[in-house]
Write a new protein. Sequence first.
Length: 255
Amino acid sequence: MIKPKKSLGQHFLNDLGVAFDTANLKNEEVFDLVIEVGPGKGILTQELYKIYKERLLLVEKDDRCIPLLKKRFPNAHLLNADFLRIDWNKVKGEKIMVIGNYPYNISSQIIFKSLEARSRVKAIVGMFQKELAERLASPPGSKKYGVISVLFQAFYNVELKFDVDPDKFVPPPKVWSSVIQASRNNITELACDEAAFRKLVKQAFQQRRKKLSNALKGLILLHPEKEEISSMSYFSKRAEALSVDDFIKLTNLLL
């Protein structure tokens, strides 16, 4: 009996219906590698294995789960490692899907780790804490739209697919989960400096209740044409009202 470890943020999925629905979400891409993050005892894995078999790579940090996964899924590839530490240069595959029942305590980090290989990671699917899933998928104008929404949606089209109640896990988490499906858009590189883009987005949302004329005041004052640009419509809005394209234009304007 493998008991969930709180230190690893483990909440094992115990519902085959949820596993089936997650594994069988329709995707236009044909993947040459599917990475399941944290397969645990293999409930989601058994549905993925039916579809992908030798194209499935299981990345599991918990040593206790390895013998079970080896026995149940002999044709899958198995890596006893922390997904956040994998070297993408050593991962084969040009059309990759990352999928999993993600531990709540590292789910944001999993998103950013996947973004490192965005040219190859064509889809990200799986279960997140509902609050984070809504932030990932929220459009401009939503109060849940924030830094991670902008940085993720710059490269992925994100859909909320369905909610999962706590009773579908062992132990039941204190909050609901939601499954998202994210597919790569056609943007290979942003039309601005990416580091500057991330810096500006984070600064804009640091004081999200303020208009950008105040939230970005320091950057505006440094601009040689500060009086002219301060009257632009962007600066009368709050950060949550701006699209990814708006942030790209602001980056080119201010940084």
